[in-house]
Design a protein around this ligand. Structure first.
Ligand code: ZN
Length: 196
């Protein structure tokens, strides 16, 4: 739920040109401006309200190479433990990635059901590399390196794709595309809490 004083942004849905344009990079000095700091805070509020585990600036109509990520304990707690184990789900503290550059560390792929806040109520099986490394700027404009595997690596690949105008439907196994309702009904899964 939204906190008092939180700012909720409109999340663009598939078909919006904002989702298909490559986003522009931010200079470190830009990152520290009140405008970008306010955007980061509002994107965090919007992601938690959705709820989601990641949100990229193009999804809120800002063509900037900026994404926020957070996996809260409660997302994971409401999923079956065997699924949490199979997907390698772990909590991830809130963080910001600006101008991220992704390198694949383990090209072996895992296929899991994946959703997107910009394709509300749908999902599909999407192959993603098992381990990645990301170099970026953080919320203060300082360089950071993030190494991730399993589910966290999937979230990073999904968000950084958004910054290039790419959606999971460009990478999915197309015959697995399903409404979340039907995924839950026929594939025995729980689709909640996986959107980004
Ligand atoms: Zn998405």
């Amino acid at each position: 739920m939204a906190q008092r004083g939180s700012v909720l942004l409109k999340i663009h849905q598939v078909g919006s040109p904002a989702l298909r344009e490559p986003a522009r990079a931010l200079a470190p000095d830009d990152v520290r401006t009140p405008e970008i700091q306010a955007l980061i805070a509002a994107m965090g509020d919007t992601m938690r309200d959705a709820p989601g585990v990641g949100l990229a600036a193009p999804q809120v109509g800002e063509s900037l190479r900026l994404a926020v990520i957070e996996v809260r304990e409660e997302y994971i707690r409401r999923l079956p433990p065997e699924e949490v184990a199979a997907r390698g789900m772990t909590p991830v503290p809130f963080h910001v990635l600006i101008n991220p550059v992704l390198v694949v560390d383990d090209a072996a792929t895992d296929r899991f059901f994946e959703g997107c806040l910009s394709l509300a109520a749908f999902g599909a099986s999407v192959p993603r590399a098992r381990a990645v490394r990301v170099n970026a700027l953080d919320a203060r404009g300082e360089p950071v390196e993030v190494r991730a595997h399993a589910w966290y690596a999937r979230i990073l690949q999904h968000e950084i794709d958004h910054l290039a105008g790419t959606l999971y439907i460009d990478r999915m196994d197309s015959r697995s595309f399903a409404s979340r309702e039907n995924y839950d009904r026929y594939a025995g899964g729980r689709s909640s809490g996986r959107e980004s």
